[in-house]
Design a protein around this ligand. Structure first.
Ligand code: NIG
Ligand code: FE
Length: 417
């Protein structure tokens, strides 16, 4: 029988029928006690109290019995990573802790540029292997959809290599990868010409390849002092939009202006926002651009957190992602970071779980995942605990016992299937 009934779970949190925008109290979290899920192939057919599902579907399903105290909720979406890289930046970390700033290191030729040099040297196959390893580490945390940016190639040829490596990695992992072109991460130091000439070249030579080879439909840019100004990036985004790409922006990390550009172009997300002031918060809150907090970068740099509380209180859509990269955010632990952000910014559990599921899906322009309800992908995690509050309370150290993706068990703690 193709249909499966899984349960009963002590607590099942569907995270369905919740608002996309704004603050959420924990009493908005629906908790189904002794809950179950009916799935067929990759999709959810029904969610509800287990005895009712048993009666309704009993004759037509295969049973997947859960007999210990468990919590079940949608699996997580990491909507911002840079895991397509080679090399290591431990020395940048040491330099920063000795007093240098991220921007000073970048100006001296370290930072992103040093990772570009290592990544350019790596053959496509090696880069694919590194991505696969990192995706497997994320799956163990219950993450089943992962955005992966290029941006350490910074030439037409090297960006294509990176995006092809991501495409190849997709064939070897159980999670869904969402590739993004970040050729506008910084102007490469070996490029002969100014920033606008570089961006024009990328738009005219790389964009057609992205579409022809189906490498990505998303364009990102780092709008910052060490990278591109708002004025430089506007014509680039205009071309990307005209060609049908979704826009996402590295915005307001150290200085403002990125989030204003993001909203102006109807970007799916504006990410970072550590330096956002009331003005940017208001602009984001009135938009449908998802505000993505990256606490891993704040922790990596010893820097301010994204004003998540203010953003939510004003009505923004808040997502949280790892930003996993070798420079500012080498940790790659989503729930650890989200729980720490929750304590710093006073976020409710409802806000944290929404930020890691259906709100993060929105940042990737995906509407088929992030909630447990009929028609959604059967992507969910099972924790060995009887109280969902333990997940943030344990600050990411409580890992899922089982991870299900598109109706298949893809990971059981202690063994990779
Ligand atoms: O999101 N801010 C720009 N890009 C990355 C850092 C990349 C790097 O330092 O290698 C970020 O933090
Ligand atoms: Fe980033």
């Amino acid at each position: 029988m193709a249909k499966k009934l899984i349960g009963p779970f002590t607590q099942l949190l569907p995270l369905a029928n919740m608002p996309l925008h704004g603050a959420l109290l924990d009493n908005t979290l629906e908790i189904i006690e002794k809950g179950g899920i009916v799935m067929e192939h990759d999709l959810i057919i029904d969610v509800g109290p287990y005895p009712i599902l048993q009666e309704k579907y009993g004759a037509t399903v295969t049973f997947v019995d859960i007999d210990t105290p468990t919590v079940c909720m949608p699996s997580y979406i990491d909507c911002h990573t840079h895991i397509a890289f080679s090399g290591n930046r431990a020395n940048d970390f040491a330099l920063r802790n000795a007093g240098a700033t991220y921007l000073e290191i970048a100006e001296a030729g370290g930072g992103i540029w040093s990772t570009v040099q290592h990544t350019r040297e790596a053959p496509e196959e090696e880069l694919t292997a590194r991505i696969v390893e990192r995706v497997d580490a994320l799956i163990k945390q219950g993450i089943t959809t992962i955005e992966v940016k290029s941006g350490y190639g910074l030439s037409v040829e090297q960006e294509v290599k990176t995006l092809r490596a991501i495409q190849q990695a997709q064939k070897r992992v159980a999670a869904d990868l969402v590739p993004t072109c970040l050729a506008a991460h910084m102007k490469p130091r070996d490029f002969d010409g100014d920033a606008s000439v570089y961006l024009d070249k990328i738009a005219s030579e790389l964009f057609p390849i992205l579409q022809r080879e189906n490498l990505t439909n998303r364009i990102d840019a780092f709008v910052e002092k060490s990278a591109f100004s708002a004025t430089e990036i506007r014509p680039y985004f205009r071309k990307a939009k005209e060609q049908g790409f979704d826009i996402t922006v590295h915005a307001d990390q150290f200085t403002t202006s990125g989030s204003v550009v993001a909203v102006e172009f109807g970007a799916v997300s504006a990410d970072h926002l550590e330096a956002s002031t009331e003005n940017e918060i208001q602009i984001l809150a009135k938009s449908d651009t998802v505000a993505v907090a990256l606490p891993g970068a704040s922790l990596g740099l010893g820097y301010a957190y994204t004003p998540a509380r203010r953003l939510l209180d004003e009505g923004a859509i808040l997502a949280i992602a790892t930003d996993w990269n070798p420079g500012s955010a080498p940790m790659g632990q989503l729930m650890v970071q989200a729980s720490i952000l929750a304590t710093a910014e006073k976020l409710s559990n409802a806000e944290v779980f929404s930020a890691l599921t259906f709100r993060a899906a929105r940042a990737l322009n995906l509407s088929d995942r992030g909630q447990l309800k009929r028609g959604q992908l059967a992507d969910f995690n099972i924790y060995m605990t009887s109280n969902y509050q333990n997940i943030t309370y344990k600050q990411g150290t409580l890992r899922p016992q089982q991870v299900w993706k598109s109706g298949k068990l893809i990971y059981t703690k202690g063994e990779q299937l």
